[in-house]
Design a protein. Structure first.
Length: 254
């Protein structure tokens, strides 16, 4: 009986320390991401030019939906104010809640999504550095900055002092994280209502980032693509590690 009690105590302690370890990994990743963003000095001339290139490409592809979509929503200022709040706090809040829930729901699923998100974020930071891009609201694209206009929030303008990299619009991590969260909830929940909400969540996020003037349509496409690449690379890395673990050791003699 004493051995059984001791075993349970050891298992409980191991689970607790594993949870702390996973939390530490996530916090370190977030800290590294924020430090990398802060280390990039905004090049507004290049970022505005890159934003112009994206706007031109969208016009060529008939994807320049941002002005018409924003104009339609500006007729409902209360709704846009709600979208401002959702943009400002929802990104990290709902992503954090998702990972906390998934950790308790499925440890294996948590590791898969943790790795995919981490790799995708690392790729995004590299792209932010190589291809700085201003958001439409700050890129002279006749897009309204709804955060400043309706909510009095100044994020990343050349005159603000916010602790962020304001020229990191490509790829959109809001869109990338949202598709990851949506797929994760859909895969690990069986309730039709919840699965429906999981499918709707990425669409709402993409709508929000466009209406608030924070991203072009192609920024969102790039965010989803980078998230997919992150999951693919993470899966390849897991397969490589598994193959190495199954490979018999080399003989220590010639």
């Amino acid at each position: 009986m004493a051995m059984l009690t001791t075993g349970r105590a050891i298992a409980s302690s191991a689970r607790r320390y594993e949870g702390l370890t996973q939390l530490g990994v996530v916090l370190l990743a977030v800290a590294a991401y924020e430090l990398a963003r802060l280390a990039m000095t905004p090049d507004w001339t290049l970022a505005t030019a890159n934003a112009g290139r994206i706007a031109e490409l969208e016009r060529d592809l008939a994807l320049a939906w941002e002005p018409a979509l924003q104009d339609a929503f500006l007729a409902l200022p209360s709704l846009v104010e709600a979208l401002n709040v959702f943009y400002f706090v929802g990104h990290f809040l709902f992503t954090g809640i998702f990972f906390l829930w998934l950790y308790h729901r499925s440890r294996a699923g948590f590791r898969v999504f943790r790795d995919g998100f981490l790799v995708a974020t690392a790729i995004s930071v590299l792209v932010h550095w190589l291809f700085p891009t201003a958001p439409p609201r700050l890129a002279e694209q006749e897009i309204v900055d709804t955060l400043r206009l309706l909510s009095g929030i100044d994020i990343g303008s050349p005159t603000s002092t916010g602790l962020s990299n304001p020229v990191a619009a490509v790829p959109s991590l809001h869109a990338g994280y949202a598709i990851g969260v949506g797929i994760g909830v859909f895969r690990h929940v069986g309730l039709p209502l919840v699965r429906g909400l999981a499918l709707a969540y990425p669409a709402v996020v993409v709508l929000t980032i466009i209406v608030t003037g924070n991203h072009f349509v192609l920024d969102a496409v790039a965010g989803v693509a980078v998230m997919g690449l992150g999951f693919w690379l993470a899966a390849r890395a897991r397969a490589w590690r598994a193959a190495r673990a199954e490979t018999p050791p080399e003989p220590c003699y010639p």
